[in-house]
Ligand binder design. Structure first.
Ligand code: ATP
Ligand code: MG
Length: 360
């Protein structure tokens, strides 16, 4: 029986709490088939050691079957030049491991109240695929600030970058089960092709790639308009693909429509590596108090099992992925153990214990 090596990086803030909660749940679901090894990294580690992403952590990530990450970033920790360390650990992993597709499911679970009125579980179930290695954020650290008078950043869109993330989005649309209201498999390209030539290029390459997927509908939306559509007709969407910054913003908005950051999972995938963590950051305001919801990270763990299961043709892991997701849903639907961000009083460890019991 195959075993899988999982490198875990707790990171900063609530990272250790939610990461360890997820290890406990995944262990319950898969037993000793997953071998977890913890490694250091992040802003607090930088303050202690001078390294954000230590060489042995990077090597462990490269050597593992998958990476589970809590969260990175703490305010007030700076490099010698005064710039914030922030979530550099996470950004460095993205770029070094070339994790180009950031998959963020937007799914309304039973037991969770959407702030949008009238929507039932099953009606909001789509995926945002955020391009993760270029776009406007590629300018980070490379922008210009001219003597405090003018500042610029560069939005980078490459053919290779769009081709691979668009292919990923179309392939995902073909294989996923969540159905939009008209059952039409669909990829929506989110851009501002009407204003910037970089986004017009993004759309043109998206269309070229989409021509090879005639069974999947190609749809386009401007980034401003889609924010309204996501609130008014969330059941229309299937897969949305977007440039890095737009994808970042849309995925927080989408998360808000299905219960918030504490429930939003995320998978960052490349050709060779996969990194899994909640869509939220390190939430320093609630760190170390057992207040954080581990649900986002646990659901990201389920994404990890599914990704590993598909990659290694391992049906048991696919089953385990569904079991974890159903256990989370059952706990939320029962309404007895509800995390604080969803209006309940359950602590991080309460949630973890309830989900483990459901699995057991
Ligand atoms: P980043 O820049 O890394 O995206 P951020 O500044 O957007 O981080 P987050 O850490 O994502 O901030 O969280 C914003 C707020 O949402 C937190 O301060 C916290 O109050 C709440 N929050 C985030 N994650 C959780 C969670 N897992 N459980 C409960 N509340 C959370
Ligand atoms: Mg954020």
């Amino acid at each position: 029986m195959q075993h899988y090596d999982i490198t875990t990086i707790d990171g900063d803030g609530i990272g250790p709490e939610v990461c360890q909660a997820t290890v406990a749940v995944l262990h319950e679901a898969c037993g000793s088939r997953l071998r977890f090894t913890a490694h250091d990294g992040g802003a607090a580690h930088y303050a202690r050691s001078g390294a954000v992403l230590p060489a042995d952590t990077e090597a462990a990530c490269r050597g593992a079957h998958a990476i589970l990450h809590g969260a990175a970033g703490l305010p007030g920790i700076t490099y010698p030049d005064g710039t914030e360390v922030g979530n550099d650990l996470h950004l460095q992993l993205r770029f070094r491991l070339d994790l180009f597709a950031n998959v963020r499911p937007i799914k309304l679970y039973r037991g969770v109240q959407s702030p949008l009125r009238g929507w039932q579980p099953g009606q909001i179930d789509y995926v945002i695929v955020r391009e993760n290695t270029e776009g406007l954020y590629a300018s980070r650290g490379a922008g210009i600030n001219l003597r405090g008078e003018l500042a610029t950043d560069t939005l980078v869109v490459t053919r290779k970058g769009v081709e691979r993330v668009a292919r990923f989005a179309f392939a995902l649309a073909r294989q996923r089960s969540g159905a939009p209201r008209d059952s039409q498999r669909r990829v929506t390209c989110c851009d501002k092709a009407n204003i910037l030539r970089s986004y017009a290029f993004f759309r043109a390459v998206f269309d070229e790639v989409g021509a090879a997927y005639p069974d999947v509908q190609r749809d386009h939306a401007y980034a401003d308009a889609i924010t309204v559509h996501m609130l008014k007709k969330p059941d229309f969407y299937d897969v949305i693909v977007a440039e890095n910054m737009f994808g970042d913003i849309l995925s927080d908005l989408g998360a808000g429509t299905v219960g918030g950051l504490g429930i939003a999972a995320s998978a960052e995938l490349g050709e060779h590596h996969g990194l899994f963590q909640g869509a939220h950051g390190s939430a320093p305001d609630i760190a170390g108090q057992n207040l954080a919801s581990p649900v986002a990270t646990i659901l990201s763990g389920a994404l990890m099992l599914r990704w590993l299961g598909e990659r290694h043709a391992d049906a048991d892991l696919l089953t385990a992925a569904s079991r974890v997701e159903r256990a989370v849903e059952a706990v939320l639907a029962a309404g007895e153990t509800v995390p604080r961000d969803l209006g309940g009083t359950a602590s991080c460890t309460d949630m973890t214990a309830a989900i483990c019991r459901q699995l057991g």
